[in-house]
Design a protein around this ligand. Structure first.
Ligand code: ADP
Ligand code: ZN
Ligand code: ZN
Length: 797
């Protein structure tokens, strides 16, 4: 038999699987979807790969796939006992490959937890050999001296049959956490055990066991601490005690101390949505509901319904709102039927959660983008909350959108799909308009005491005169008023750091990053200038590097500077800052939120990461310090992003009895995105924005593909961009519009020059082939240093 293996070779990528002989020893052990180690290239280095097909040698001869069987290499090691990728996932990978322009291996790896993707040189260890030989010693059988294939195969079989326990990779000590327990085998043997009076420790253990018979199972480490390893070993050798290893979930802490919670009685609007969703199959819904309208309560009940039908569910939320606040709502309803998947988990925790899903113990998977690949069987419902969020699109290979994967999987399982948002993406809303998706609306807040907040736009051009630093007078007055009433304030400024740049007053010099075409941001806490693209840091200069002047000034404000201003203005207020810099450490994000939630602070200041999901009843004022940051980005979605962000952050105010107020400072009070965010009018925004998209042939009227060609040498980047352009012009119809090549808005990062091309099209059957030809350009020897990124339906420019 021959295995077709997609091999993970970073330097040489292709979708073509390589053929490897399956040694006889492994014949009964391998299967499609398992990982193997295979010798690769001239050096025969062992590489990890996935078996995607198994064919007999005669089949392999058929067709163009002529193979000289004699020259084939053999699989060296089998890494799994069971396939880690199931049939659905392999089929999905094939479907994704048609719209995602990255090689198959990246797609397969994206479906698995990290631990299974790291290549190891050795699988079975010498410890395993010892374990196996110990088994054979007892059986007076043969002994192994090395880990050859025969030994491996036999050891795997013994492991499978439960005769020995290997530290085999998939279940290696690193990948599974176990606790050792000691249990009583035979009470009579214990009582009959005769010990001399000198064996004091042994006597003590005997008495201890006799006194603690009620729980006939003890922690090995605790017993060792009390009586020593030797003594316990003695009892084990006498067959009185037995040592067992029990697997424990590393993620179990997430599930403890969550109080169970019951369903709420749905209000009439919620009920209509609930019934539409639960009475359907194989259908996609857009649940458009204002902030706080009870969307999450519907998700919970719809999932409960699916479970009652014996089905499973996937619940996707944006990474940043996947706080304990959020996951606890699911754990409170579904207990340990929940598996959590997000990037805050350690590799070990992720692996444990993944195995919980594979084993069929998890019925509900709550997670960020990659949770869409959760290997659940029999899915009844998939939900994507805040479906407009850009984090659902992966911005590295494979550049997939979780929404597209969800649509595919829902179809595969005959499941329903719910896309929820207060501000749906135009693409989704337009599909609902056409009737492709069913539109469900929630128009008021679910909590009957809560009303939508009152929003006021502050024209900063007029307020400039009485402006103190970053705040208009009105904003300052409001903050004082709330502080006096012991209510809480949320302030958003979508720029981190202290100042956005520093400049020499005498010569105008602005320090920028030598690797990236962008000015450095001042960070006061570390006293450094940081590049927000490549992470480079350098000390703050005291004198201008250009003219030696000491007149260096800070311009533009970031969260650090506003924090300093607030401390000056409100010396008694307790302030928490939340941005990338204060949330680097694991759990920091949660700690800040729970501190704010429990009233340990009066003001929460942060970047857009505070806009999502917060549900704190005592927040009565939300202040946006500068609404224009997103508006000025060179991206056709800048209005949409601005509208979404303002609506979202405004939704944090007045979520319970106390009425909420929102103040938005802007230099563009007449811009429709800001005006309409001010009146919370999504429908009007949708209409106006669609008009703009139609006029300029942007999505959802046209589809887009972005290509970015990068090289260290700018001349090469330009030359190759024109080659790509020519290739596309030749292969695409004249209906397709090609824009560029132009330098990217930030034209140089990480010491590479970037040129971009944009394809806009409506119907282009030749597109897939053309883009694959472009992708394969990078495989040519002369293009080794060239990078081509192909982003189908880019979300960010
Ligand atoms: P959304 O997800 O739309 O922001 P949530 O589901 O978080 O809304 O609901 C907002 C608040 O209203 C929560 O505190 C929630 O517990 C409460 N809530 C939701 N539905 C109901 C209901 N039917 N009855 C009472 N309270 C509800
Ligand atoms: Zn200068
Ligand atoms: Zn840089």
């Amino acid at each position: 038999m021959i295995a077709k293996v997609v091999v993970d070779v970073p330097t040489m990528q292709t979708d073509k699987p390589f053929s490897y002989l399956i040694p006889n020893e492994f014949a009964s052990l391998v299967g499609i979807g398992m990982r193997v180690h295979v010798p690769f290239g001239k050096s025969n280095r062992l590489m990890q790969g996935f078996i995607v097909d198994i064919v007999s040698i005669t089949d392999a001869h058929i067709g163009q796939d002529e193979i000289a069987v004699k020259t084939l290499k053999s699989i060296s090691e089998v890494l799994d006992f069971e396939p880690v990728l199931n049939d659905e996932q392999l089929e999905l990978a094939g479907a994704m490959r048609q719209t995602v322009f990255a090689y198959k291996i990246s797609i397969l790896k994206a479906m698995l937890p990290n631990l299974l993707n790291s290549s190891y040189d050795k699988v079975l260890t010498t410890t395993d050999l010892t374990i196996a030989n110990r088994y054979f010693d007892g059986k007076k059988g043969k002994r192994f001296s090395s880990l050859d294939k025969q030994a491996q195969a036999l050891m795997m079989k013994l492991h499978r049959d439960g005769k020995i326990k290997l530290s085999y990779i998939a279940e290696s000590k690193a990948a599974i956490k176990v606790v050792k327990r000691v249990s009583l085998v035979d009470i009579d043997l214990l009582n009959d055990l005769e010990l001399t009076a000198r064996a004091t420790k042994r006597l003590e253990l005997k008495q201890f066991l006799q006194a603690h018979l009620a729980g006939d199972d003890w922690s090995y480490t605790e017993l060792v601490a009390m009586f020593s390893r030797e003594v316990i070993k003695f009892f084990i050798s006498k067959n009185i005690l037995k040592l067992t290893e029990i697997e424990v979930s590393r993620a179990k802490d997430y599930f403890e101390k969550v109080t169970p919670d019951d369903h709420k009685v749905l209000n009439p609007e919620q009920m209509v949505a609930y019934q539409a969703i639960t009475q359907s199959q194989d259908k996609t819904f857009l649940l458009e509901g204002v902030t706080g309208s009870g969307k999450t309560e519907i998700y919970l009940q719809v999932i409960a319904h699916a479970i009652s039908q014996g089905k499973t569910a996937i619940m996707l939320v944006p990474e940043i709102s996947l706080t304990p606040l959020m996951t606890n709502r699911f754990i409170a309803r579904f207990g340990d039927h929940v598996a959590i998947m997000h990037s805050g988990l350690s590799d070990g925790e992720k692996y444990d959660e993944w195995r919980k899903i594979v084993a069929g113990q998890a019925k509900v998977v709550v997670g960020a983008r990659s949770a869409i690949f959760a290997p659940l069987k029999n899915i009844g419902i998939i939900i994507i909350d805040e479906e407009h969020e850009t984090s659902y699109k992966q911005d590295s290979n494979p550049r997939y959108h979780a929404r597209d994967v969800a649509i595919w999987r829902a179809k595969y399982h005959g499941a329903s799909l719910v896309l929820g948002s207060a501000t749906p993406s135009l693409e989704t809303r337009a599909r609902a308009q056409k009737g492709v998706y069913q539109l469900l609306r929630l128009t008021h807040r679910a909590n009957s005491d809560a009303q939508l907040p009152v929003i006021k736009l502050l024209d900063m051009r007029q307020h400039l005169t009485d402006q103190s630093g970053s705040f208009s007078k009105l904003m300052l007055d409001k903050i004082s008023e709330k502080l006096a009433k012991h209510e809480q304030v949320v302030l958003m400024l979508n720029r981190r750091g202290y100042s956005s740049f520093i400049m020499c007053r005498d010569c105008g010099f602005v320090p920028d990053c030598p690797n990236c075409d962008i000015s450095l941001t001042l960070h006061m806490d570390t006293k450094t200038l940081n590049c927000h693209y490549c992470g480079r840091t350098q000390p703050i200069p005291y004198r201008c590097p250009n003219c030696e002047s000491s007149q260096i000034r800070y311009y533009g404000s970031g969260t650090q500077k506003v924090e300093a201003e607030l401390l000056d203005l409100f010396p008694d207020a307790r302030i928490l800052r939340m941005d990338v810099d204060t949330t680097k450490k694991k759990g920091a994000h949660e700690r800040i939120l729970s501190a704010f939630g429990s009233g340990e602070a009066d003001i929460l200041l942060g970047t857009q990461m505070i806009a999502k999901g917060l549900d704190f009843p005592n927040v009565t004022l939300v202040g946006v310090i500068n609404a224009d940051t997103a508006l000025n980005l060179p991206d056709f979605r800048s209005s949409e992003r601005t509208f979404q962000l303002l609506t979202q952050v405004a939704g944090r105010a007045g979520r319970a009895q106390k009425k909420g107020e929102v103040l938005i400072q802007t230099f563009n009070p007449d811009h429709y995105a800001i005006q309409l965010a001010g009146t919370q009018n999504y429908e009007a925004f949708y209409k106006q924005e669609m008009e703009f998209r139609r006029k300029l042939n942007y999505p959802p009227y046209f589809f887009t593909v972005q290509l970015v060609i990068s090289h260290q040498d700018e001349a090469v980047a330009v030359k190759k961009s024109y080659e790509v352009m020519a290739l596309l012009q030749e292969q695409l119809s004249d209906q397709a519009r090609l824009l560029g090549p132009i330098p990217k808005p930030i034209s140089r990062t990480h010491n590479l020059y970037h040129y971009q091309l944009l394809i806009k099209y409506r119907f282009e059957p030749g597109l897939e082939k053309a883009l694959n030809t472009v992708l394969d350009m990078t495989q040519a020897r002369e293009n080794k240093a060239l990078r081509i990124m192909i982003d189908n339906e880019p979300q960010n420019f």
